[in-house]
Design a protein around this ligand. Structure first.
Ligand SMILES: Nc1ncnc2c1ncn2[C@@H]1O[C@H](COP(=O)(O)OP(=O)(O)O)[C@@H](O)[C@H]1O
Ligand SMILES: O=P(O)(O)OC[C@H]1O[C@](O)(COP(=O)(O)O)[C@@H](O)[C@@H]1O
Length: 310
């Protein structure tokens, strides 16, 4: 079984505008809302690919129905602990003229100790050897930044495989549980290592990846948006994966989809090259649609992805 954990889900509200000026009244052309949050996005991709996945996490009582209705519609198994208040809305402002995306994410309602305790109890009871557990995203107020370390330790005790996708101190602490995989982009690597966010040479990147491994990461999938990705394995192999060709529609969720595609390959015991092809195909399929990539699109793009051992 694959579990995805989303402690801070979001309703993603995309606003498309031909441009706007700060401190003025502006009008936008179109908007749409999708359920989101990193683990939920990854679970939807895995569900689209017909993998055995359960989406787990915390939802605000007040707008839970929006998520539950969508889970039921797409047939996604789920187990969410309900918390007082509302699940946050994250605004994604797409400037069509400038081809730029600006994100304004909510911090989320405060989560009670009892809620998080219930979630940890559920994981303790359910996780079996060889299960894959993917924990992703930021933390709402009230949750200790050591939580991904705690979850990782539960997964390790149960002999499962732990995958972690988060940032800053949540990642620094989570790395102590030695996750099988992390998938940072350059901005996240800079935040974790506390260095300036800028362009780095490949040699510098390799040193930064080694630092992440020294902190606990076993394998690192370094994603670079439309420049593809590098996979640095625990056996010191390096693979470069190219991207699918297509028209960018909305890249929100591409990173989460990439983790979904890669995990799909892992769950089927595919080769590392094939898993990387699924990772890039899923990321691309999502980038080329308003929501998340469909099975048909991912399978179609899969065949076009080049993976090269460096
Ligand atoms: N415009 C794009 N065209 C094709 N593939 C893309 C595009 N944007 C993202 N992807 C795919 O999705 C992966 C993850 O995207 P990325 O933007 O790096 O993630 P994140 O949102 O976590 O920073 C990329 O490595 C690539 O394979
Ligand atoms: O939990 P965080 O880090 O605040 O991020 C949540 C946001 O990230 C997303 O999961 C998208 O993430 P990616 O674009 O990195 O795949 C959105 O659905 C959501 O709004």
């Amino acid at each position: 079984m694959i579990y995805t954990i989303t402690l801070n889900p979001a309703l993603d509200h995309t606003i498309e505008t031909n441009g706007f000026n700060l401190n003025e009244t502006n009008y936008y052309q179109r908007d749409y809302k999708k359920i989101g949050g990193k683990g939920i996005n990854t679970a939807i991709i895995l569900n689209n690919l017909n993998a055995n996945v359960i989406s787990v996490g915390i939802l605000g009582e007040e707008n839970k129905h929006i998520f539950i209705e969508e889970f039921n519609k797409i047939g996604l198994s789920n187990h969410f602990i309900l918390n007082k208040g509302v699940t946050r809305t994250n605004f994604k402002i797409k400037n069509l003229a400038k081809k730029s995306e600006t994100e304004l994410n909510g911090v989320g309602s405060e989560v009670s100790k009892h809620t998080i305790h219930q979630l940890l109890e559920f994981l303790e009871k359910k996780i079996q050897p060889a299960d894959i557990v993917i924990a992703s995203g930021s933390l709402p107020i009230g949750i200790n930044n050591n939580i991904y370390n705690e979850i990782g330790n539960i997964v390790n005790d149960k002999k499962g495989m732990f995958i972690l996708d988060t940032s800053k101190e949540n990642m620094v602490n989570g790395l102590k549980a030695k996750p099988f995989l992390i998938k940072p982009n350059i901005e996240e690597i800079c935040e974790i290592l506390n260095v300036k966010f800028k362009e780095y040479s490949f040699d510098e990147i390799q040193k930064m990846i080694q630092q992440l491994k020294d902190m606990g990461a076993r394998n690192v999938l370094f994603s670079m948006g439309s420049k593809g990705s590098y996979y640095f394995s625990e056996n010191n192999e390096i693979f470069h994966t190219g991207i699918a060709a297509g028209k960018l529609v909305n890249s929100v969720g591409s990173g989460d989809s990439m983790i979904g595609g890669f995990t799909y390959g892992l769950s089927l015991n595919l080769t590392i090259e094939e898993s990387l092809q699924y990772a890039s195909a899923a990321g691309g399929a999502t980038a080329f649609s308003e929501g998340l990539g469909s099975k048909d699109e991912i399978e179609k793009l899969f065949k076009t992805i080049q993976v090269k051992r460096i």
